[in-house]
Design a protein around this ligand. Structure first.
Ligand SMILES: *Cc1c(COP(=O)(O)O)cnc(C)c1O
Length: 364
């Protein structure tokens, strides 16, 4: 039996007719940049997931960039984030001219370890980019207590956590703002690039809205330096077709994760932690094993696709060599990168395929 790591064609085949009809309507109405489809999506996304205000943007990196500009980060500032994430979690900080500072993760959730955070704070620290990695919320109460003591601006990178909740509250509302990605492989994926910015704070959302469209809220009047971070109409139209399916897809991901958690019984394997405070949406199901590469080969031979997410932590990336970190700087992130293996977890997997993944892991 073959189990691909990810197959987006099944979802797109199933939605082909409504997707193409929505695209045709947008095309015929010439609604190409922001416009009705994007406004509808912003309203629908907010209503479905519990956000008071939403701004559609043109990637998941865009709202991180906008957030760092809205926060006022700049040269001389330090902003703390996790070394175990996709590189874009740090890009906004770098684009703003501030310096990314990393702080180690905790085992189990693979998220920022609040117990280690305070040691990374200096007089230059202005903010935090908290990532809810693999769809598992980070420990926001502890993190926000530290941020509050030091007056830090908190950005939540929710790119992998659409639909996830922290103590019942949608991720992205505890900090000053939250960011989403609709890259095709995300839990809610567009057909191209897309992202969103949310905030519980009207003032923060207002600045972000201006930055999104060239620093202006009146045509040809530019009060602040902005950019072009607009979502295009086609993505808004497609996301409106997909959004009603998200909760079903999420339940299916959680059911598959439940089977993996109950069924995987391979010695020396560490399964992702399920702390009671956070409802994960399982963007990835990532296990740790000391003989990860051999396990991966064994699974490939059994027809099971896997991926290494992430094989190199951010502080060990060449682009950040100038920050002065060395091997051993963040032992938990480094061990996680060296031993992590992500298993297939997309909603269209059949029960038989899930069973085959479990049996194949256990037979290693
Ligand atoms: C995908 C992702 C992003 C960036 O999103 P793009 O849409 O690719 O720009 C940012 N942060 C995390 C954690 C991501 O997984």
């Amino acid at each position: 039996m073959k189990v691909p790591f990810l197959d987006l064609s099944l979802q797109h085949k199933a939605l082909r007719e409504p997707a193409l009809a929505a695209l045709a309507a947008t095309y015929d109405a010439n609604r190409f940049c922001l416009g009705k489809d994007v406004e509808d999506f912003e309203r629908n996304f907010g209503a479905a997931l519990g956000y008071p205000r939403v701004l559609g943007m043109n990637s998941g990196t865009a709202p991180l960039h906008v957030a760092c500009l809205a926060a006022g980060f700049g040269p001389g500032d330090e902003v703390i984030t996790t070394p175990f994430s996709f590189i874009a979690s740090a890009w906004g900080v770098s684009y703003s001219g501030a310096r990314p500072v990393f702080s180690d993760i905790e085992p189990g959730t693979y998220n920022l370890d609040p117990a280690k955070l305070e040691a990374a704070i200096t007089s230059r620290t202005k903010g935090l980019v908290v990532v809810h990695i693999f769809g598992q919320p980070a420990r926001m109460d502890e993190i926000l207590a530290i941020a509050g003591r030091h007056g830090l601006f908190v950005i939540e990178d929710c790119a992998q956590a659409v639909g996830a909740r922290y103590r019942g509250t949608p991720v992205g509302l505890a900090g000053d703002c939250g960011t989403f990605s609709f890259y095709p492989t995300k839990n809610l994926g567009g057909c191209g690039e897309g992202g969103a910015f949310v905030s519980r704070l009207e003032a923060v959302q207002g600045i972000a809205r201006q930055i999104r469209v060239h620093g202006s809220d009146r045509r040809y009047h530019h009060d602040i330096i902005g950019g072009n971070f607009r979502m295009d109409g086609f993505q808004g139209a497609l996301l409106n077709v997909k959004l009603p399916h998200l909760s079903g897809w999420t339940e299916r991901r959680r059911a598959i994760a439940g089977r993996y958690l109950a069924g995987i019984r391979l010695a020396d394997t560490r399964l992702p932690a399920q702390p009671e405070y956070g409802r994960s949406v399982f963007h990835q199901f990532t296990i740790l094993h000391p003989r990860r590469d051999a396990l991966r080969e064994h699974l490939a031979a059994a027809g099971v696709g896997t991926d290494l997410i992430y094989p190199v932590p951010l502080h060990r990336q060449k682009c950040y060599a100038g920050l002065g970190y060395s091997p051993g700087s963040f032992p938990v992130a480094e061990e996680t990168s060296a031993t992590c293996l992500s298993l297939p977890i997309f909603p269209e997997l059949s029960d038989a395929q899930v069973g085959h993944v479990i049996a194949s892991v256990n037979s290693f």
